[in-house]
Design a protein around this ligand. Structure first.
Ligand SMILES: NC(=O)c1ccc[n+]([C@@H]2O[C@H](COP(=O)([O-])OP(=O)(O)OC[C@H]3O[C@@H](n4cnc5c(N)ncnc54)[C@H](OP(=O)(O)O)[C@@H]3O)[C@@H](O)[C@H]2O)c1
Length: 264
């Protein structure tokens, strides 16, 4: 199937590792020009080489902390100078701030909101002038399946991801008149580097997706019908479709990619 991505400009913040990286590689393989944003230069460099090998000869990395407005402004200024428009923005960066309600400090709460919700807001605001210059326009935002399955120690994370989901839904309405399609991905448990690190710390074999899922169920109470964690590579094609020209009528959708659950 032709996703209509040839020569499109796709920016993936959080595209150097995990699910964002897998999505960036799919966009590259389908002929898009791909830019990725992250904080770690070595990871960006390595990922850019992989994107070039996958088919995006013009791939580029932009080092920025999405928690810092000046970084985001500088990154999107550089993106605009390189490509002058953006067809698709994927907001994939995130990270868990762990702690119970009564032990989390205000600083940690704000850190979580700043990364998982405001980072996305900053990137969308900075990208919109460039998105408006494109012939077709898509925004794909990562939330988390855990916004529907509460875990006491993830309260700040899930609240921030719920905020991101709400903003994403609102924007799908706000931006629909401009034919900017905005959708939200709700991942379940994916064996990205972050989750694999957690598994190893718990004595779980990080290469065993079934063992990781058992660990997730035990520690967080999040089982999946398919009794295993997802491989980040399984997320790439989903994001590539949702963020492609081929997706022309889906907006405001919450897309569960979680191995199945009893929540809708
Ligand atoms: N893995 C899961 O099971 C799971 C489940 C539900 C939801 N999610 C969500 O899905 C998304 C992808 O998760 P993942 O596990 O695949 O991610 P990951 O492997 O931890 O990778 C995160 C990516 O975001 C970048 N990033 C993190 N903080 C950043 C910052 N402040 N500024 C710029 N870039 C930043 C990282 O690069 P640098 O560190 O170099 O900046 C990296 O490229 C996240 O939003 C996550 O919360 C994940």
């Amino acid at each position: 199937m032709d996703l209509g991505l040839k020569d499109a400009v796709v920016i993936v913040q959080g595209g150097s590792r995990g699910m964002g990286r897998a999505a960036a590689e799919c966009f590259a393989a389908d002929g898009a020009n791909v830019g990725i944003i992250g904080r770690t230069q070595a990871d960006l460099d390595e990922a850019v080489e992989a994107l070039k090998a996958a088919g995006a000869a013009d791939a580029a990395g932009f080092r920025a902390d999405i928690g810092v407005q000046a970084d985001v402004d500088a990154a999107f200024a550089a993106i605009g100078a390189r490509w002058d428009h953006i067809n698709t923005l994927v907001n994939a960066a995130g990270g868990e701030v762990v702690g119970d309600f009564e032990t989390l400090t205000e600083e940690r709460w704000l850190e979580s909101v700043n990364l998982s919700a405001m980072g996305m807001v900053r990137c969308i605001r900075a990208a919109l002038p460039l998105i408006r210059k494109a012939e077709w326009r898509r925004i794909v935002n990562f939330s988390a399946h855990s916004i529907k399955r509460q875990t006491p120690s993830l309260i700040a994370y899930t609240a921030s991801k719920a905020m991101a989901a709400s903003i994403s839904k609102n924007l799908s309405l706000t931006l629909a008149p401009e034919n900017i399609l905005v959708n939200t991905i709700l991942p379940g448990s994916f064996a990205s580097p972050a989750l694999r690190k957690w598994a190893t710390a718990k004595g779980i074999d990080a290469d065993d997706l079934h063992a990781i899922m058992r660990g997730i169920d035990e520690h967080f109470g999040h089982p999946a019908h398919l009794p295993r964690a997802g491989d980040p590579q399984e997320m790439g094609p989903v994001v590539a479709f949702v963020g492609s020209r081929c997706n022309s009528y889906m907006t405001g959708a919450f897309i569960n990619v979680d191995g199945g659950s009893d929540f809708c």
